[in-house]
Design a binder for this molecule. Structure first.
Ligand SMILES: [Zn+2]
Length: 360
Protein backbone atom coordinates (compact mmCIF):
# COMPACT_ATOMS: atom_id res chain seq x y z
CA UNK A 1 0.00 0.00 0.00
CA UNK A 2 1.32 3.43 -0.96
CA UNK A 3 0.84 6.27 1.50
CA UNK A 4 0.99 9.93 0.39
CA UNK A 5 0.67 12.78 2.91
CA UNK A 6 -0.46 16.19 1.61
CA UNK A 7 -1.97 19.40 3.02
CA UNK A 8 -5.34 20.99 2.25
CA UNK A 9 -5.66 24.75 1.63
CA UNK A 10 -6.36 25.48 5.30
CA UNK A 11 -3.41 23.43 6.55
CA UNK A 12 -5.25 20.24 7.43
CA UNK A 13 -3.49 16.95 6.67
CA UNK A 14 -4.83 14.58 4.00
CA UNK A 15 -3.41 11.06 3.56
CA UNK A 16 -3.98 8.96 0.44
CA UNK A 17 -3.77 5.16 0.71
CA UNK A 18 -3.36 3.51 -2.69
CA UNK A 19 -3.04 -0.15 -3.60
CA UNK A 20 -1.10 0.67 -6.80
CA UNK A 21 2.41 1.77 -5.72
CA UNK A 22 2.79 3.75 -8.98
CA UNK A 23 -0.06 6.12 -8.07
CA UNK A 24 0.94 9.79 -7.82
CA UNK A 25 -1.09 12.12 -5.61
CA UNK A 26 0.02 15.71 -6.24
CA UNK A 27 -3.20 17.66 -6.93
CA UNK A 28 -3.37 21.01 -5.12
CA UNK A 29 -6.37 22.14 -3.08
CA UNK A 30 -7.49 25.24 -5.06
CA UNK A 31 -10.10 26.40 -2.57
CA UNK A 32 -9.79 29.72 -0.76
CA UNK A 33 -10.25 28.43 2.80
CA UNK A 34 -9.52 30.41 5.95
CA UNK A 35 -6.82 28.81 8.15
CA UNK A 36 -8.17 26.25 10.61
CA UNK A 37 -8.99 27.76 14.02
CA UNK A 38 -10.54 24.94 16.07
CA UNK A 39 -11.98 26.15 19.36
CA UNK A 40 -13.39 23.09 21.15
CA UNK A 41 -13.31 23.09 24.90
CA UNK A 42 -13.88 20.17 27.25
CA UNK A 43 -15.34 20.38 30.70
CA UNK A 44 -15.60 17.67 33.36
CA UNK A 45 -19.00 17.00 34.85
CA UNK A 46 -18.42 17.43 38.62
CA UNK A 47 -21.17 14.89 39.47
CA UNK A 48 -20.10 12.00 37.20
CA UNK A 49 -16.43 12.81 36.60
CA UNK A 50 -16.99 12.43 32.83
CA UNK A 51 -15.65 14.87 30.24
CA UNK A 52 -17.97 16.68 27.85
CA UNK A 53 -16.60 18.27 24.64
CA UNK A 54 -18.21 21.59 23.82
CA UNK A 55 -17.78 22.37 20.14
CA UNK A 56 -20.12 25.24 19.21
CA UNK A 57 -18.38 25.75 15.85
CA UNK A 58 -19.77 22.39 14.66
CA UNK A 59 -23.24 23.97 14.29
CA UNK A 60 -22.11 25.47 10.96
CA UNK A 61 -20.98 22.17 9.46
CA UNK A 62 -22.23 20.86 6.11
CA UNK A 63 -25.71 19.39 6.55
CA UNK A 64 -27.10 16.89 4.03
CA UNK A 65 -25.79 18.58 0.85
CA UNK A 66 -27.19 17.48 -2.55
CA UNK A 67 -25.06 14.76 -4.22
CA UNK A 68 -23.53 17.18 -6.74
CA UNK A 69 -22.12 19.22 -3.82
CA UNK A 70 -20.78 16.22 -1.85
CA UNK A 71 -17.52 17.28 -0.16
CA UNK A 72 -16.31 13.64 0.01
CA UNK A 73 -16.47 12.95 -3.74
CA UNK A 74 -13.24 13.49 -5.70
CA UNK A 75 -12.72 16.98 -7.14
CA UNK A 76 -13.95 17.64 -10.67
CA UNK A 77 -13.26 20.50 -13.10
CA UNK A 78 -14.51 23.72 -11.42
CA UNK A 79 -15.80 21.71 -8.51
CA UNK A 80 -13.20 21.40 -5.74
CA UNK A 81 -14.08 19.18 -2.77
CA UNK A 82 -12.28 18.06 0.38
CA UNK A 83 -10.27 15.65 -1.79
CA UNK A 84 -8.22 17.54 -4.43
CA UNK A 85 -7.56 14.42 -6.55
CA UNK A 86 -9.85 13.33 -9.42
CA UNK A 87 -10.10 9.83 -7.90
CA UNK A 88 -8.91 7.90 -4.86
CA UNK A 89 -8.88 4.45 -3.24
CA UNK A 90 -9.07 5.21 0.49
CA UNK A 91 -8.36 8.67 1.85
CA UNK A 92 -8.13 10.11 5.37
CA UNK A 93 -8.17 13.80 6.26
CA UNK A 94 -8.54 15.95 9.34
CA UNK A 95 -12.18 16.87 10.04
CA UNK A 96 -12.99 20.47 9.10
CA UNK A 97 -15.27 20.70 12.13
CA UNK A 98 -13.38 18.71 14.79
CA UNK A 99 -14.66 18.00 18.29
CA UNK A 100 -11.02 17.42 19.30
CA UNK A 101 -8.03 19.05 17.60
CA UNK A 102 -4.42 20.14 17.95
CA UNK A 103 -3.43 23.76 18.44
CA UNK A 104 -6.51 24.95 20.33
CA UNK A 105 -5.52 28.06 22.30
CA UNK A 106 -5.98 28.19 26.07
CA UNK A 107 -4.85 26.08 28.98
CA UNK A 108 -6.18 23.91 31.76
CA UNK A 109 -8.41 25.94 34.08
CA UNK A 110 -11.83 25.78 35.69
CA UNK A 111 -15.16 27.24 34.56
CA UNK A 112 -15.50 30.77 35.98
CA UNK A 113 -17.01 30.66 39.45
CA UNK A 114 -17.03 26.85 39.37
CA UNK A 115 -13.76 25.59 40.87
CA UNK A 116 -15.14 22.03 40.83
CA UNK A 117 -15.56 22.05 37.02
CA UNK A 118 -12.22 21.58 35.26
CA UNK A 119 -12.00 22.95 31.71
CA UNK A 120 -9.31 22.49 29.08
CA UNK A 121 -8.77 22.82 25.34
CA UNK A 122 -10.17 19.65 23.71
CA UNK A 123 -6.74 18.55 22.52
CA UNK A 124 -6.96 15.50 20.29
CA UNK A 125 -7.65 14.86 16.66
CA UNK A 126 -10.70 13.97 14.53
CA UNK A 127 -10.29 12.37 11.11
CA UNK A 128 -12.63 11.40 8.29
CA UNK A 129 -12.04 8.14 6.36
CA UNK A 130 -13.53 7.85 2.88
CA UNK A 131 -13.81 4.15 2.01
CA UNK A 132 -14.42 4.65 -1.73
CA UNK A 133 -14.73 7.45 -4.29
CA UNK A 134 -18.11 5.98 -5.33
CA UNK A 135 -20.78 8.23 -3.80
CA UNK A 136 -23.55 5.65 -4.10
CA UNK A 137 -21.69 2.67 -2.61
CA UNK A 138 -21.63 1.52 1.02
CA UNK A 139 -19.18 -0.27 3.29
CA UNK A 140 -21.10 -3.52 2.78
CA UNK A 141 -20.72 -3.22 -1.01
CA UNK A 142 -16.92 -2.86 -0.91
CA UNK A 143 -14.76 -5.73 -2.20
CA UNK A 144 -12.90 -7.85 0.39
CA UNK A 145 -9.64 -6.38 -0.99
CA UNK A 146 -10.88 -2.81 -0.35
CA UNK A 147 -12.09 -3.70 3.16
CA UNK A 148 -8.64 -5.16 3.79
CA UNK A 149 -7.14 -1.79 2.75
CA UNK A 150 -9.52 -0.02 5.15
CA UNK A 151 -8.38 -2.36 7.98
CA UNK A 152 -4.76 -1.42 7.20
CA UNK A 153 -5.77 2.26 7.21
CA UNK A 154 -7.44 1.87 10.63
CA UNK A 155 -4.22 0.27 11.88
CA UNK A 156 -2.10 3.07 10.37
CA UNK A 157 -4.25 5.78 11.95
CA UNK A 158 -4.52 4.00 15.32
CA UNK A 159 -0.72 3.97 15.49
CA UNK A 160 -0.49 7.53 14.15
CA UNK A 161 -3.01 9.04 16.54
CA UNK A 162 -1.44 7.19 19.49
CA UNK A 163 1.64 9.34 18.84
CA UNK A 164 -0.34 12.57 18.54
CA UNK A 165 0.21 14.83 21.60
CA UNK A 166 -2.48 14.44 24.22
CA UNK A 167 -4.28 11.47 22.67
CA UNK A 168 -5.17 8.73 25.20
CA UNK A 169 -7.59 6.55 23.20
CA UNK A 170 -8.25 5.99 19.48
CA UNK A 171 -11.79 5.22 18.34
CA UNK A 172 -12.53 4.10 14.76
CA UNK A 173 -16.23 4.12 13.91
CA UNK A 174 -18.82 4.40 11.18
CA UNK A 175 -22.25 6.02 11.41
CA UNK A 176 -24.48 4.86 8.58
CA UNK A 177 -27.97 6.10 7.66
CA UNK A 178 -30.11 9.16 8.26
CA UNK A 179 -31.72 7.55 11.30
CA UNK A 180 -28.27 7.64 12.97
CA UNK A 181 -27.93 11.33 12.17
CA UNK A 182 -25.49 11.04 9.27
CA UNK A 183 -25.16 14.41 7.53
CA UNK A 184 -23.16 13.17 4.50
CA UNK A 185 -24.33 10.16 2.46
CA UNK A 186 -20.95 9.38 0.86
CA UNK A 187 -19.61 6.13 2.44
CA UNK A 188 -17.25 7.26 5.17
CA UNK A 189 -16.20 6.63 8.73
CA UNK A 190 -14.47 8.65 11.39
CA UNK A 191 -11.58 8.30 13.79
CA UNK A 192 -11.42 10.16 17.09
CA UNK A 193 -8.26 10.58 19.12
CA UNK A 194 -9.63 11.39 22.59
CA UNK A 195 -7.54 13.21 25.20
CA UNK A 196 -8.87 10.84 27.91
CA UNK A 197 -9.94 7.21 28.34
CA UNK A 198 -13.66 7.04 27.50
CA UNK A 199 -16.17 6.16 30.26
CA UNK A 200 -17.28 2.94 28.52
CA UNK A 201 -13.72 1.71 28.13
CA UNK A 202 -12.86 2.61 31.72
CA UNK A 203 -15.86 0.59 32.93
CA UNK A 204 -14.96 -2.40 30.76
CA UNK A 205 -11.37 -2.35 32.00
CA UNK A 206 -12.59 -2.36 35.63
CA UNK A 207 -14.86 -5.34 34.91
CA UNK A 208 -12.06 -7.19 33.10
CA UNK A 209 -9.65 -6.57 35.97
CA UNK A 210 -12.09 -7.90 38.56
CA UNK A 211 -12.93 -10.97 36.44
CA UNK A 212 -9.25 -11.70 35.89
CA UNK A 213 -8.61 -11.55 39.64
CA UNK A 214 -11.50 -13.96 40.31
CA UNK A 215 -11.05 -16.42 37.44
CA UNK A 216 -7.49 -15.97 36.19
CA UNK A 217 -8.75 -15.47 32.62
CA UNK A 218 -10.01 -12.62 30.44
CA UNK A 219 -13.78 -12.19 30.55
CA UNK A 220 -13.98 -11.64 26.77
CA UNK A 221 -12.13 -14.91 26.16
CA UNK A 222 -14.55 -16.81 28.40
CA UNK A 223 -17.56 -15.12 26.74
CA UNK A 224 -16.22 -16.01 23.31
CA UNK A 225 -15.64 -19.66 24.27
CA UNK A 226 -19.12 -19.93 25.82
CA UNK A 227 -20.84 -18.32 22.81
CA UNK A 228 -19.00 -20.66 20.42
CA UNK A 229 -19.88 -23.69 22.58
CA UNK A 230 -23.56 -22.71 22.84
CA UNK A 231 -23.83 -21.61 19.20
CA UNK A 232 -27.36 -20.23 19.63
CA UNK A 233 -26.32 -16.60 19.21
CA UNK A 234 -23.45 -17.11 16.75
CA UNK A 235 -23.97 -15.50 13.33
CA UNK A 236 -20.67 -16.15 11.55
CA UNK A 237 -17.65 -18.17 12.65
CA UNK A 238 -14.36 -18.10 10.73
CA UNK A 239 -10.81 -19.22 11.45
CA UNK A 240 -9.85 -16.07 13.37
CA UNK A 241 -13.15 -14.31 14.20
CA UNK A 242 -16.59 -15.02 15.61
CA UNK A 243 -19.62 -12.73 15.19
CA UNK A 244 -22.45 -13.20 17.67
CA UNK A 245 -25.38 -11.40 19.23
CA UNK A 246 -24.31 -10.79 22.85
CA UNK A 247 -26.38 -12.58 25.49
CA UNK A 248 -27.26 -9.28 27.16
CA UNK A 249 -27.67 -7.20 23.98
CA UNK A 250 -28.80 -3.63 24.62
CA UNK A 251 -29.94 -2.71 21.10
CA UNK A 252 -32.72 -4.32 19.02
CA UNK A 253 -29.97 -5.18 16.52
CA UNK A 254 -26.50 -5.79 17.98
CA UNK A 255 -23.61 -7.96 16.79
CA UNK A 256 -20.12 -8.25 18.24
CA UNK A 257 -17.25 -9.27 15.97
CA UNK A 258 -14.44 -10.65 18.12
CA UNK A 259 -10.97 -11.99 17.27
CA UNK A 260 -10.15 -15.42 18.71
CA UNK A 261 -6.77 -14.15 19.90
CA UNK A 262 -6.47 -11.48 22.59
CA UNK A 263 -4.98 -8.38 20.97
CA UNK A 264 -5.15 -4.80 22.28
CA UNK A 265 -5.88 -3.06 18.99
CA UNK A 266 -6.13 -3.31 15.19
CA UNK A 267 -2.40 -2.62 14.90
CA UNK A 268 -1.68 -5.98 16.57
CA UNK A 269 -3.70 -8.04 14.07
CA UNK A 270 -1.73 -10.35 11.75
CA UNK A 271 -2.15 -10.33 7.96
CA UNK A 272 -4.20 -13.53 8.18
CA UNK A 273 -6.48 -12.02 10.85
CA UNK A 274 -6.97 -8.86 8.76
CA UNK A 275 -7.82 -10.84 5.60
CA UNK A 276 -10.26 -12.97 7.56
CA UNK A 277 -11.84 -9.89 9.19
CA UNK A 278 -12.60 -8.35 5.79
CA UNK A 279 -14.54 -11.43 4.68
CA UNK A 280 -16.26 -12.00 8.04
CA UNK A 281 -17.34 -8.39 8.50
CA UNK A 282 -18.76 -8.22 4.96
CA UNK A 283 -20.76 -11.37 5.72
CA UNK A 284 -22.15 -9.72 8.89
CA UNK A 285 -23.08 -6.51 7.03
CA UNK A 286 -24.83 -8.49 4.25
CA UNK A 287 -26.94 -10.25 6.88
CA UNK A 288 -27.75 -6.96 8.62
CA UNK A 289 -28.99 -5.40 5.36
CA UNK A 290 -31.06 -8.53 4.77
CA UNK A 291 -32.75 -8.30 8.17
CA UNK A 292 -35.44 -5.79 7.17
CA UNK A 293 -34.74 -6.01 3.43
CA UNK A 294 -33.43 -2.43 3.38
CA UNK A 295 -30.07 -0.78 4.05
CA UNK A 296 -29.78 -0.97 7.83
CA UNK A 297 -28.84 2.25 9.63
CA UNK A 298 -26.07 1.27 12.03
CA UNK A 299 -23.18 2.36 14.19
CA UNK A 300 -20.00 0.28 13.96
CA UNK A 301 -17.72 0.94 16.93
CA UNK A 302 -14.20 -0.45 17.38
CA UNK A 303 -13.21 -1.06 20.99
CA UNK A 304 -9.45 -0.71 21.27
CA UNK A 305 -7.07 -0.50 24.21
CA UNK A 306 -6.21 2.96 25.51
CA UNK A 307 -2.84 4.31 24.37
CA UNK A 308 -1.04 4.15 27.73
CA UNK A 309 -3.15 2.25 30.28
CA UNK A 310 -4.99 -1.06 30.59
CA UNK A 311 -3.51 -2.53 27.43
CA UNK A 312 -3.02 -6.01 28.93
CA UNK A 313 -6.68 -5.94 30.09
CA UNK A 314 -8.06 -5.02 26.66
CA UNK A 315 -9.44 -7.35 23.98
CA UNK A 316 -10.06 -5.70 20.63
CA UNK A 317 -13.58 -6.10 19.23
CA UNK A 318 -16.14 -4.47 16.98
CA UNK A 319 -19.69 -3.70 18.10
CA UNK A 320 -22.24 -3.11 15.33
CA UNK A 321 -25.71 -2.01 16.40
CA UNK A 322 -28.84 -0.35 15.09
CA UNK A 323 -31.67 1.81 16.40
CA UNK A 324 -34.10 0.11 14.01
CA UNK A 325 -36.36 -2.31 15.95
CA UNK A 326 -38.50 -3.21 12.91
CA UNK A 327 -38.42 -2.23 9.22
CA UNK A 328 -39.96 1.17 9.98
CA UNK A 329 -39.78 1.66 13.76
CA UNK A 330 -36.97 3.37 15.62
CA UNK A 331 -35.89 2.63 19.13
CA UNK A 332 -35.48 5.93 20.93
CA UNK A 333 -33.12 6.32 23.82
CA UNK A 334 -35.79 7.62 26.19
CA UNK A 335 -36.16 7.94 29.95
CA UNK A 336 -34.59 4.71 31.18
CA UNK A 337 -31.75 4.66 28.63
CA UNK A 338 -30.98 8.40 28.51
CA UNK A 339 -31.82 9.20 32.13
CA UNK A 340 -30.42 6.16 33.89
CA UNK A 341 -28.32 4.26 31.30
CA UNK A 342 -30.57 1.22 31.77
CA UNK A 343 -31.43 -0.39 28.43
CA UNK A 344 -34.80 -1.98 27.75
CA UNK A 345 -34.60 -4.25 24.70
CA UNK A 346 -37.83 -5.40 22.99
CA UNK A 347 -36.04 -8.08 20.95
CA UNK A 348 -34.48 -11.18 22.51
CA UNK A 349 -30.87 -11.78 21.44
CA UNK A 350 -31.76 -15.39 20.55
CA UNK A 351 -34.58 -14.28 18.18
CA UNK A 352 -32.29 -11.77 16.48
CA UNK A 353 -29.45 -14.30 16.18
CA UNK A 354 -31.75 -16.89 14.60
CA UNK A 355 -32.95 -14.37 12.01
CA UNK A 356 -29.40 -13.22 11.17
CA UNK A 357 -28.07 -16.77 11.01
CA UNK A 358 -30.91 -17.68 8.63
CA UNK A 359 -29.76 -14.97 6.19
CA UNK A 360 -26.93 -17.31 5.12
ZN1 LIG B 1 -19.86 11.84 -2.60
Amino acid sequence: MKRTVRRLADGREIIYFDTDPATVRDAEDTRDLPPQAPASEMRRDPLTGEWVAIAAHRQTRTYKPPAELCPLCPSGPGRPTEIPEADYDVVVFENQFPSFAQGIPGQESTVEGMPMVPAAPAAGRCEVVCFTSDHNSSFGQLSPARVRTVVDVWADRTAGLAETPGVEQVFCFENRGEEIGVTLHHPHGQIYGYPFVTPRTEKMLQVAEKYLAQHGRHVQGDVLAAERAAGTRVIVESEHWTAYVPAAARWPVEVHVVPHRQVPDIVALTDAERDDLAVTYLDVLRRLDGLYDRPLPYIAAWHQAPVRTGRELSWLHLEVFSVLRSADKLKYLAGSESGMAVWINDVTPEQLAARLAAQG
